[in-house]
Design a protein around this ligand. Structure first.
Ligand code: 5AD
Ligand code: SF4
Length: 458
C-alpha cells in the first residue's frame, strides 16, 4: 500500500476539521526531483486556501505525482488511480489530478484510461497549478496542461517542505544524455540550469528557516552550467554553496560518472560542508553493455575515477545504481558486472531489473532478456552486494560517528535517526537530551547491511 506524502505542516485534528475548509492530499512516486515537484504543487494548493490532510476521504483534491522510469512504477500508479474511482462516485466534487512523468508521456491517453481524472499536469507545467485549478473551476471541464517543451526557466512558486532539517533544492532540470534504456530525457526535456543567484538565495533562506542540510537536485548535476556560460560550472556552484553560512551540510544527486571531474573532486576535498558521499551510477560492469547503453565511459575509466576519489578522500562512501538484464546481457557479461561489484566494493548498490520503455532505443534491441533470468541475476547481485555492505558497515563497530539528528525512526518513536556525512543511516535509543537538527556523536554497537545502530555519547 502506498502512503500519502507527509509535509511539515500542522494537520488539523478530527475535532477541528472544518467543513468550510477544502483539504488536499498528495501521493508521490519516483525520484527526489518528483518528490520536490510535489512540494511545489502542494505549496501552490496551500496558497489558494487548501489545507493538507493525510486522509483520502477528507480530501477534496487528490494529486498523484507519477513516475514512468520503470513499468513496475506505472503499474502501481495505475492501481492507485483505479482505487480513486469509488471516491469520485461518492463525492462528485472531488478533483483528481495526475502530474509528473506519466502525465507528460501519456497526456490525454490518461483521460481515456481513467475517465475520473480531472487534471493532467505535465513536468513542464508544475508552476501553473493555480491557473490550472482556476480554469477547471470556471469551465467545470477537464484540463490537460502538458507542454511539449519547458520554458527556459519556470518561475518560483510557493513551496511546502517534507522535512524540517533536510531540504531539496533543484539546480538543473532535464537531461541530454539519452542513455538507450532511459525515458527521462523524453519526459523531462533538455538540460536547463537554474541561475546561481536564485539557488544561493534559496539555500540561504532555507538555513534561516532552520534547515541544516540541503540536497542539490538534478538528473545530471555535473552538467550544471553547460547550457549557458553565465553561472560557471558545477564545481563553481559547489564552492558558492559551501560558503552559505546558514546551513551545515550539502549533498547532491545524481552525478554522471563521465562528467564528474578533478575540479569537482578537489572542490569537495577542500570544502567544509559538501558531504563525502559519491553516488556514481555505473549501470553495468561490462564494457559491451555500457557501450550499448550509450553511457559514454568504460569500466577502466570508472576504475580510475574511483581510484582518484579514494586517494583524495579515503573515507568517502561510494554508492551506485545497476541495471540487470539489459538487452544482449549474456551470462558472461552479467558475470563481469558481479566481478566489478566485488572489485569496487560499493557501500551500497541500488539494483533494478531492466524495464523496456517504449520510445527508447533499447526497447527495440534484439535479445531482450526473459524476466526469470533478470530476477535470478538481480538476486545474485543483491546477495553479493549485501555481503559487501555488511562487511563495510562492520568496520564502524566500536567507532564513534557524527550525525545530524533528524527525528524519530520510522518504526519506533523512542528511537532516533540521523545520517553521517557519508550518508550512513544511524539509529539509537533516545536519551532525551538530543535535539532535532543538532549534531550527535553515536558509538556504533551493531552494524547491519543498510543501517548502523549505536548509543548516544556525550
Ligand atoms: N529500466 C531499469 N532501470 C532503469 N533506470 C533508468 N531507466 C531504467 C529502465 N528502463 C535506473 C537507472 C538509473 C535509476 C534512477 O533508474 O539505474 O540510474
Ligand atoms: Fe536517464 Fe542517463 Fe539521463 Fe540518468 S543520465 S536521467 S540514466 S538518460
Amino acid at each position: 500500500m502506498s502512503k500519502p506524502d507527509q509535509y511539515n505542516v500542522e494537520i488539523p485534528s478530527n475535532e477541528v476539521k472544518d467543513s468550510n475548509i477544502k483539504y488536499f492530499t498528495t501521493y508521490t512516486y519516483g525520484c527526489q526531483m518528483n518528490q520536490h515537484d510535489s512540494e511545489r504543487l502542494a505549496g501552490q494548493l496551500k496558497s489558494i486556501g487548501y489545507e493538507y490532510t493525510e486522509s483520502l476521504e477528507d480530501a477534496s483534491f487528490i494529486l498523484i505525482n507519477t513516475c514512468c522510469v520503470r513499468e513496475s512504477a506505472e503499474k502501481k500508479i495505475y492501481g492507485k488511480i483505479g482505487e480513486l474511482k469509488n471516491l469520485k462516485v461518492s463525492n462528485p466534487n472531488l478533483i483528481i489530478a495526475i502530474a509528473g512523468c506519466m502525465a507528460q508521456k501519456d497526456k490525454e491517453k490518461l483521460f481515456k484510461k481513467a475517465p475520473h481524472i480531472d487534471l493532467i499536469i505535465g513536468t513542464h507545467n508544475v508552476h501553473q497549478l493555480v491557473e490550472i485549478v482556476k480554469e477547471f473551476e470556471e469551465s467545470k471541464d477537464r484540463v490537460l496542461a502538458v507542454w511539449d517543451q519547458a520554458e527556459r526557466l519556470a518561475p518560483d512558486v510557493p513551496t511546502i517542505r517534507r522535512g524540517k532539517i533536510s531540504a531539496w533544492v533543484p539546480i538543473m532540470y532535464g537531461c541530454n544524455n539519452f542513455c538507450t534504456y532511459c525515458i527521462v530525457p523524453y519526459v523531462r526535456g533538455r538540460e536547463r540550469s537554474r541561475p546561481l543567484h536564485d539557488i544561493i538565495e534559496e539555500i540561504h533562506q532555507l538555513g534561516l528557516d532552520g534547515f541544516k542540510e540541503i540536497t542539490l537536485l538534478g538528473q545530471n548535476v555535473n552538467s550544471y552550467g553547460n547550457d549557458t556560460k553565465e553561472y560557471g560550472d558545477f564545481a563553481d556552484l559547489l564552492k558558492a554553496v559551501d560558503q552559505v553560512e546558514t546551513i551545515e551540510r550539502v549533498r547532491y544527486m545524481t552525478s554522471h560518472p563521465r562528467d564528474i571531474n578533478d575540479k569537482v573532486i578537489n572542490t569537495i576535498l577542500n570544502s567544509k560542508k559538501i558531504c563525502d558521499h559519491f553516488h556514481l551510477p555505473v549501470q553495468s560492469g561490462s564494457d559491451a553493455i555500457l557501450k550499448m547503453m550509450n553511457r559514454g565511459y568504460t569500466t577502466d575509466y570508472y576504475r580510475e575515477l574511483v581510484r582518484k576519489i579514494r586517494k583524495a578522500i579515503p573515507h568517502a562512501s561510494l554508492t551506485t545504481d545497476i541495471i540487470v538484464g539489459f538487452p544482449g546481457e549474456s551470462d558472461e557479461l552479467f558475470q563481469e558486472t558481479l566481478e566489478f561489484l566485488k572489485e569496487i566494493r560499493f557501500d551500497a548498490s541500488y539494483t533494478f531489473l531492466y524495464s523496456k520503455r517504449s520510445g527508447t532505443p533499447a526497447a527495440t534491441m534484439t535479445d531482450q532478456i526473459p524476466l526469470v533470468v533478470k530476477k535470478e541475476r538481480l538476486q545474485k547481485l543483491m546477495d553479493v552486494q549485501n555481503d559487501i555492505s555488511l562487511e563495510i558497515n562492520q568496520q564502524f563497530t566500536d567507532t564513534v560517528v557524527t550525525v545530524i539528528v533528524e527525528g524519530p525512526s520510522q518504526r519506533d518513536e523512542n528511537r532516533l535517526m540521523g545520517r553521517t556525512t557519508t550518508n550512513k543511516i544511524v539509529l539509537w535509543d533516545k536519551q532525551g537530551t538530543e535535539e532535532v537538527g543538532q549534531l550527535a556523536n553515536i558509538k556504533i554497537t551493531t552494524a547491519q547491511t543498510w543501517i548502523l545502530k549505536g548509543k548516544l555519547i556525550d
